[in-house]
Design a protein around this ligand. Structure first.
Ligand code: MN3
Length: 378
């Protein structure tokens, strides 16, 4: 029986991961959540892991009391997350949101655990650290993000040397086709209304600003070892083509399916097997037409900011990510307008010198000083 440990189990990806585990009889050995005590208890009782972790240390006692009759070991904080990451399981599934996922990823690698990765900030902030550690420890990283799962699937049976370019698809988000003047008064409610995918709040805002595609661009650069010049972003409005690879002979292989995260989650969990999945089959004739377009780099500053950040390398991807995490929080709290998110991202590229990025401590420092910068600049 295959076993996993999972952090971020009450988020959108986490909940679907557990559904896939249930369907395919995968044993869940460990679970971690940020602060959803009630859901954690329900999941713990349903899946009977050996250990759970509540990231918010203030809720530790409550979780311990709720689970006192179960014999389940309860941990808390970053230390707890890292312990979950090192649990002896076939796969460590990282589906937390944000920079908080980086240290657990690095810890799992040090313990030789293969990883199913949904936490894109891990590769954005510390891609060079993660990939070199994974290579050293011979750890495999299976992408859960639908685009990267698509690319990973297209690469099966081919070598990296045969790849000419990666074609990363974007839905375009809820504001596709609009220009800056039409985005000035966007409210959190409007930005949270995504046409194709249902996701958590942070990633939904990131999809509206196209920051999400910028983060995925950086993620693709690290996961597949391609230079930024060899990644092209195209908009597929229907989110049916999930990404594609162009090979040396100009043959293009793409992966398609209905927009449902269960497919990439299941592929990462069961790789290389393909079994029945609880999604609708893709019907081309229901769609009739698939439309493609270039992204609007002038309007969506977050996207151009991310591409500039990975071209410069070093700590810049970490910096733009931290700016964005802070800015999204401020936008959701009604403290800054929508367009200010992208403005702050571009400002940070102008204002920050290159910072050291050789170690986790360097990255953490860059992350902290960037967050301070955002708070001082609004
Ligand atoms: Mn994606």
């Amino acid at each position: 029986m295959k076993t996993i440990s999972l952090i971020g189990s009450t988020g959108s990806i986490g909940v679907q991961t557990l559904q896939v585990c249930k369907k395919h009889n995968i044993k869940v050995k460990a679970l971690a959540v940020k602060r959803s005590v009630k859901l954690l208890e329900e999941q713990a009782r349903e899946f009977s892991p050996e250990v759970v972790c509540i990231y918010d240390e203030g809720l530790y006692k409550e979780v311990r009391d709720r689970l006192s009759d179960t014999g389940i070991n309860v941990l808390c904080g970053m230390e707890g997350l890292c312990e979950i990451a090192s649990v002896d399981a076939d796969l460590f599934v990282n589906s937390v949101v944000g920079m908080v996922g980086l240290l657990p990823t690095l810890t799992a690698i040090e313990h030789g655990r293969n990883i199913a990765l949904a936490n894109k900030e891990t590769l954005v902030a510390g891609g060079h650290l993660v990939m070199s550690a994974a290579e050293r420890k011979k750890v495999k990283i299976y992408p859960i993000d639908s685009e990267h799962s698509a690319i990973f699937q297209c690469l099966q049976g081919n070598t990296r040397e045969q790849v000419r370019k990666i074609i990363l698809t974007a839905s375009g988000g809820p504001f596709f086709g609009r220009k800056k003047p039409e985005l000035e008064n966007v409210t959190p409610e409007q930005a949270l209304d995504h046409p194709n995918w249902s996701m958590g709040k942070k990633i939904t805002i990131d999809s509206a600003t196209l920051m999400n595609k910028g983060l995925e661009f950086i993620e693709a650069r690290w996961l597949f070892g391609v230079s930024p010049e060899n990644i092209e972003i195209i908009v597929n409005r229907e989110s049916v083509l999930h990404s594609a690879v162009e090979f040396n002979d100009f043959s293009v292989i793409g992966q398609m399916g209905v927009p449902d995260m269960k497919i990439p989650i299941q592929y990462a969990l069961l790789y290389p097997e393909r079994f029945d999945c609880d999604v609708k089959p893709l019907s081309f004739t229901d769609y009739g037409t698939l439309t493609f377009a270039k992204p609007d780099y002038e309007t969506f500053d977050c996207l151009s900011g991310c591409i500039e950040a990975i071209r410069r390398g070093g700590a810049y991807p970490c910096i733009v990510n931290a700016v964005n995490e802070e800015a999204v929080g401020l936008f959701l709290d009604g403290k800054i307008p929508f367009l200010k998110i992208g403005e702050l991202v571009l400002d940070s590229l102008r204002d920050f010198p290159q910072l050291p990025s050789e170690s986790y401590e360097d990255i953490k420092k860059a992350d902290i000083s960037t967050r301070e910068y955002v708070r001082n600049n609004i």
